[in-house]
Design a protein around this ligand. Structure first.
Ligand code: SF4
Length: 339
């Protein structure tokens, strides 16, 4: 079996090159091809001698993912199904807008949290993604689009803070000047509220954005919508967010999927506003994106407006995130592995 190339440290690669009497600078050229030119074939690396390309191809496996299906919308949003080395699959979304090119990444095959309104956990949890499987989603998206993304959101399939080490290793490559060079402030990690993970993240010394899936402003409703609430209660989640904010100076964002008759009352809007004020946090309101077979509905436009008005009346900071990708099941909560 070949060695996965992107799992190798630069030091390991240097030794490999040295042992075969190739000049050291070839390692830099190789890494530049991978992370700056998103090469997904050794043969594309035109300034490496042909013999070296063959040697690399004989020893290393360059890609940990393979695109097997890609669906797009008119606005350029694309959802890609990637097959991994062991045959498992994940989905990744490319979301263009006038100033941004965003990649939404998956971090696990399936999701162990199993929020009842979300497609990602429906087929169960299989395994964590390795660092190269996370980085490769970005590289393959950039290669297909022929341009680098300038924003990464870790909001696809999986709970990133339950795959902590691999996600951080991957984000460090995506962020590193010698890697893909995407600034930490342009990377958002979304969690359902894994308290030890949030606290650990606050000590990484990085300016990553933290986004927490709140979905309810009270423990009772939240324990139905986000099963992790039973392990990490709302109060502890909010405390951890405060720590994150204090240590990093970064404003925390709360994601709030609005579900008709469940978390859209005036009382809940007022409670949400109070959380937003206390933590000086932004609320991203996501009108529910329907998932076939699930018994949840999105409130109508009037009810959404009323909810927003109620939050604003109590001085909460709220914006409505109108999702792209709904027609190809690529919006928030709609991604899934294909068993
Ligand atoms: S909402 Fe997030 S944490 Fe919950 S099942 Fe979906 S992917 Fe997992």
């Amino acid at each position: 079996m070949k060695t996965p190339l992107k799992s190798q440290s630069t030091e390991n690669l240097r030794s490999w090159f040295e042992n075969r009497h190739h000049p050291r600078y070839r390692v830099g050229q190789l890494l530049e091809w991978i992370y700056r030119h998103w090469a997904i074939e050794f043969d594309a690396m035109s300034n490496l001698p042909k013999a070296l390309r063959n040697e690399l191809a004989g020893h290393f496996d360059l890609n940990s993912v393979q695109s097997v299906d890609c669906r797009g919308e008119k606005d350029g949003t694309r959802k890609t199904l990637y097959r991994l080395r062991d045959g498992e699959t994940v989905e990744t979304v490319w979301i263009p807008s006038p100033r941004r090119r965003t990649v939404c990444l998956s971090t696990q095959v399936g999701c162990p949290i199993r929020c009842p309104f979300c497609a990602s956990g429906r087929d169960g949890f299989v395994r964590d993604l390795a660092p190269d499987e996370i980085v490769d989603q970005v590289i393959h998206e950039a290669a297909r689009e022929e341009e680098a993304p300038n924003r990464i959101v870790v909001m696809g399939i999986g709970e990133p803070l339950l795959n902590y080490e691999n996600v951080i290793e991957a984000l460090n490559v995506i962020n590193a000047p010698g890697g893909m060079g995407i600034g930490a402030r342009r990377i958002t990690i979304s969690t359902c509220g894994i308290v030890p993970g949030i606290r650990r993240l606050s000590k990484e010394g990085k300016q990553w954005n933290l986004s927490v899936s709140l979905h309810a402003p009270d423990s009772e409703t939240r324990s139905v919508l986000v099963p992790a609430e039973n392990r990490y209660p709302l109060e502890e989640v909010l405390e951890a967010c405060q720590v994150y904010r204090d240590r990093t100076g970064r404003q925390v964002t709360f994601e709030y999927t609005l579900l008709k008759g469940i978390n859209d009352s005036q009382k809940q809007a007022f409670q949400l506003a109070s959380i937003s004020r206390e933590l000086d946090a932004k609320i991203n309101l996501i009108p529910y994106n329907p998932v076939a077979g699930l018994p949840f509905e999105c409130p109508d436009d009037g009810a959404i407006e009323e909810f927003v008005g109620n939050v604003e009346e109590k001085r909460g900071k709220i914006t409505v995130r109108r999702e792209k990708g709904g027609s190809i099941d690529a919006a928030c909560g709609q991604l899934r592995r294909r068993p």
